[in-house]
Design a protein around this ligand. Structure first.
Ligand code: NDP
Length: 478
């Protein structure tokens, strides 16, 4: 039977675009549908705008540091409106690059929403029906608010890049990547940030010492971090202002003074599990993301969907329906852009290049762009200790650059080593530019480097990362 195309990709984010382009390069006839903006979460409302905001926020500390180094330089102020318009111009440019890359590869782009009518047919909101030999679902995920009355009053990460004004105060709920990164960014941009995390320590799943150091650094930069705390009630502050019994007098007074914020964000009265009541100019829910698997017609054609809405796939990203594959956040495996890209590339090798290629999800490095950053690969001390006997090499110190300027901030370099094999099982760095450092350390760890390989490497001096190759004595064994 003849199909209209060899591959139909649903979703124009990092994974879908890469798979479409690579498949087209093999000579396949490829179409792609995206109902929002090309580039997806990473480019439009995730990694890229977030990292530009990290850069924007990092200048706050610079004048004081420069003065300590002898520069005659005054503190400045941040202009959100000016930054935001440049940010959006950059995102428009990148979206255009994605479109040109796709079209230049011969991929036919449909600016429409798609659903599967059967195992080989895609229906578009334009009314078109297109048959495809293979269908790749790469629809990503979306932020999820907690199940709480009035939760819609809170922002989610997508909204942050659209705000017309920066709020003066913000409550961030959550303790994961997005909550911690946004707490540091917004605090750096001058917002008074309060953060509630329901657990005992932020960044669950990361190395305990690294989490502890980041939590301390966040508090030192003025973030009012409350652990073991969650929202129990929330309401629009304006509605609560008349109800003095629900709202402290000062909160009621401040509600009327609050500046108007942009899209959706409005002053919100919040009651916390610790009994504390406060009004914030805006609340941000960074309480996790959910796969975009709804309304695609997947279950009707026999694709199996897990409890969290994730599409169930095998090691080759194939679903229960042989012609339908899925990659990226919609499969909820490792929800990172470079992983979605790898999954897309492995799919093309498997299906269009005749080389069955499972996706290697082992030893994936990642960075959390807090200030300071965390870069990490491999096992945490806690996970490694549960697995086998280990040596821990760890050092924490004040780095030269900021110590000279009188700052107390510390960095952390940590290696987890297997006693039996001598392999470095984990590497954890908390430091400025830790994301850059871990990318390089990750090559060694992925290659199976031993502690002795690290030791044989001559230090690059004077750097922070040289500590990774100069730690001689284990801090502890376990
Ligand atoms: P995470 O799953 O990392 O964190 C969600 C946080 O919200 C956790 O602290 C969780 O607590 C908390 N939470 C969940 N439900 C509730 C609730 N009902 N009430 C209160 N708190 C709640 O999600 P993120 O949204 O931060 O990030 C999503 C994914 O995006 C990440 O896993 C990561 O893969 C990716 N990402 C990667 C980045 C990077 O590489 N730098 C940056 C941003 C995102 P608990 O710990 O108790 O479950």
């Amino acid at each position: 039977m003849g199909f209209d195309v060899d591959l139909f990709v649903i979703g124009g984010g990092s994974g879908g675009v890469r798979a479409a382009r690579m498949a087209a390069a093999t000579g396949a006839r490829v179409a792609l549908a995206e109902d929002s903006r090309l580039g997806g979460t990473c480019v439009i409302r995730g990694c890229v705008p977030k990292k530009l905001m990290v850069f924007a926020s990092s200048f706050r500390e610079l004048p004081a540091e420069a003065r300590a180094y002898g520069w005659d330089i005054a503190d400045g102020s941040f202009d959100w409106t000016s930054f935001r318009s440049k940010l959006h111009a950059e995102l428009d440019r990148l979206e255009d690059v994605y479109r040109r890359l796709l079209e230049g590869s011969g991929v036919v782009v449909h600016d429409a929403r798609a659903r599967l009518a059967d195992a080989h047919t895609v229906e578009l909101t334009t009314g078109a029906r297109i048959t495809a030999k293979h269908i790749l679902v790469a629809t990503g995920g979306r932020p999820e608010r907690p199940d709480l009355p009035n939760a819609q009053l809170g922002l989610v990460s997508d909204d942050l890049f659209e705000l017309e004004d920066l709020p003066q105060s913000m409550l961030i709920v959550g303790g994961g990547y997005i909550a911690c990164e946004m707490a540091c960014i917004l605090s750096g941009l001058g917002v008074k940030v309060t953060q509630y995390y329901r657990g005992a320590q932020i960044l669950r799943g990361f190395d305990d010492e690294a989490r502890g150091l980041i939590a301390e650094a966040m508090k030192d930069q003025g973030i009012d971090l409350h652990l073991g705390t969650n929202i129990v009630e929330m309401a629009e502050a304006a509605a609560m202002a008349g109800q003095g019994d629900h709202m402290g007098a000062s909160a009621a007074a401040s509600a009327s003074l609050l500046p108007s914020t942009g899209k959706r964000g409005c002053p919100v009265w919040v009651k916390a599990t610790n009994g504390h009541e406060q009004v914030f100019d805006a609340v941000l829910f960074a309480t996790g993301r959910r796969p975009n698997s709804d309304h695609l017609g997947l279950e009707d054609i026999g694709v199996s969907i897990g409890r969290r809405g994730e599409i169930t796939v095998d090691a080759y990203s194939q679903t229960a329906v042989p012609s339908v594959y899925a990659i990226g956040d919609v499969t909820d495996r490792v929800n990172l852009t470079p992983v979605a890209i790898r999954e897309g590339m492995a799919f093309v090798r498997t299906v269009f290049e005749g080389q069955p290629t499972p996706v290697d999800h082992d030893l994936i490095a990642s960075a959390v762009f807090t200030q300071p950053e965390m870069g990490t690969i491999g096992l945490t001390e806690e996970a490694a200790r549960a697995q086998e006997p280990i040596e821990v090499y760890c050092t924490s110190f004040r780095p030269m650059r900021s110590a000279f300027a009188g700052a107390q901030s510390r960095v952390l370099m940590k290696l987890i080593v297997s006693v039996a094999t001598r392999r470095v099982l984990g590497c954890h760095i908390v430091a400025p530019e830790a994301g850059e450092m871990i990318q390089l350390a990750a090559i060694a760890v992925k290659m199976g480097a031993t502690k002795e390989d690290f030791d044989r490497t001559v230090a690059v001096h004077p750097t922070m990362a040289e500590e990774l190759v100069t730690m001689r004595t284990p801090t502890r064994t376990a």
